[in-house]
Design a protein around this ligand. Structure first.
Ligand SMILES: [Zn+2]
Length: 394
């Protein structure tokens, strides 16, 4: 399906002043450029699943990208901290190989983009656009040449930390957990060099997962707009992963964008407690499931959550709570600074009416219901990302 390309790069179209009820949300959604800045389906690809076809589980695959009207998906390159048998750098490189291979196998439907121009070209060809983001700076280690290598391979944003810190940047988890063993909080001198080099290369700095000390150190160094690729608002849900109001304001002042994460734990302050009670009731079932599972880690969490589907149905947050985060951030710092960063296939549970990537049009529907204009919705869906990508390119 061909999109209307002239709206691509933040050219301001006058808002069509038709009443909300008259706007066809599906038409608006499928005409717009829709970008999701964070998806972890690569972990499923690595475990042997082929997402070229519809898959019976998980949140993402090629047919469902199309059903969700998704134009640009940023695939997350992430090495779990427990996978230490080989260097982070090598594992990250192999993950990029896997995405490239997925794209090559599906070249009539998907293309890999490194720039706004390449996105434009691929969308005009009616293709789903794959981009690369790296989650956690561990593959960079202490060597800027490795950062440059990943830039050359197409990585266009780097989340400085994951839940685990790097040697040069502390994470939100480690800054808030008293038992965490970290040498220092914030960015080291090398961490500042990483941010400066990213600015020079045109790789976007991503502050999702970083601690507050690191965040404010980044703000002192970054000269280009930054992003939070998958984060939500602390004011609505006091989770250590979420961004406080002063952080949100600083991102807006920098010209950056916060892409809203769909994780129930981050959007609904009552979810963790409900989940813990539910899991206590089902402890025997969960234990036997885990004992039977040969691997540990995230994919087992997903399988466990799947086996408790009916129980989760009772406690999953309503879509309204997710939309509240879009609305809160848009009202606090402006509609130019909000976008979608689903974390699909990186979270084991999703809000109701947001089962997978095919449900993305529901966001468009709900934003229109709350009075957002068609042009505002388009910014949130994708134009804000394209603006930041362009501002970072050289
Ligand atoms: Zn993450």
């Amino acid at each position: 399906m061909l999109k209307r390309l002239p709206v691509l790069f933040g050219l301001f179209l006058s808002t069509i002043s038709s009443p909300v009820a008259q706007i066809d949300y599906k038409k608006l959604h499928f005409d717009a450029i829709v970008v999701d800045t964070h998806n972890d389906v690569l972990q499923r690809i690595l475990s042997g699943e082929d997402i070229s076809f519809r898959t019976p589980r998980g949140h993402s695959d090629l047919p469902r990208f199309k059903e969700g009207g998704l134009d640009v998906e940023v695939f997350s390159i992430w090495v779990p901290p427990e996978k230490t048998s080989r260097p982070y750098y090598d594992q990250a490189d192999e993950q990029i190989d896997s995405i490239v291979s997925f794209v090559n196998r599906n070249s009539s439907h998907v293309g890999l983009a490194r720039s706004a121009k390449e996105i434009e070209k691929l969308i005009a060809e009616g293709k789903v656009v794959a981009m690369l983001g790296m989650e956690g700076g561990h593959p960079v280690g202490g060597d800027l040449r490795k950062l440059e290598h990943f830039y050359r391979r197409g990585v266009r944003y780097l989340t400085l930390t994951w839940n685990n810190s790097t040697d040069w940047a502390s994470s939100a988890h480690d800054e808030t957990d008293a038992s965490a063993k970290i040498k220092q909080k914030g960015l080291t001198a090398f961490g500042r060099q990483v941010v400066r080099r990213m600015d020079e290369l045109g790789m976007i700095v991503d502050v999702s997962h970083v601690g507050e000390r690191t965040f404010w150190d980044v703000m002192k160094v970054a000269r280009k707009p930054i992003i939070a690729s998958h984060s939500t608002a602390w004011a609505l849900c006091h989770h250590w992963r979420n961004l406080k109001d002063d952080q949100l304001r600083a991102i807006a002042a920098n010209g950056g964008v916060v892409f809203i994460n769909f994780a129930p734990w981050f959007i609904d302050s009552s979810f963790a407690e409900k989940e813990s009670a539910m899991r206590k009731r089902n402890k025997a079932r969960i234990d036997s499931y885990r004992a039977a599972s040969k691997v540990d880690g995230f994919l087992t969490d997903v399988a466990v959550a799947d086996s408790l589907k009916d129980e989760y149905l009772q406690i999953r947050p309503p879509l309204k709570l997710l939309i509240d985060h879009f609305d809160y951030v848009a009202k606090l710092i402006g509609v130019d600074h909000v976008g979608i960063g689903s974390d699909f296939d990186g979270i084991s549970v999703t809000p109701l009416d947001m089962d997978d990537v095919s449900c993305l049009p529901n966001i468009t529907r709900e934003l229109l219901k709350r009075g957002y204009s068609a042009s505002d919705v388009k910014k949130i869906l994708g134009e804000n990302f394209l603006r930041v990508l362009q501002a970072n390119s050289n």
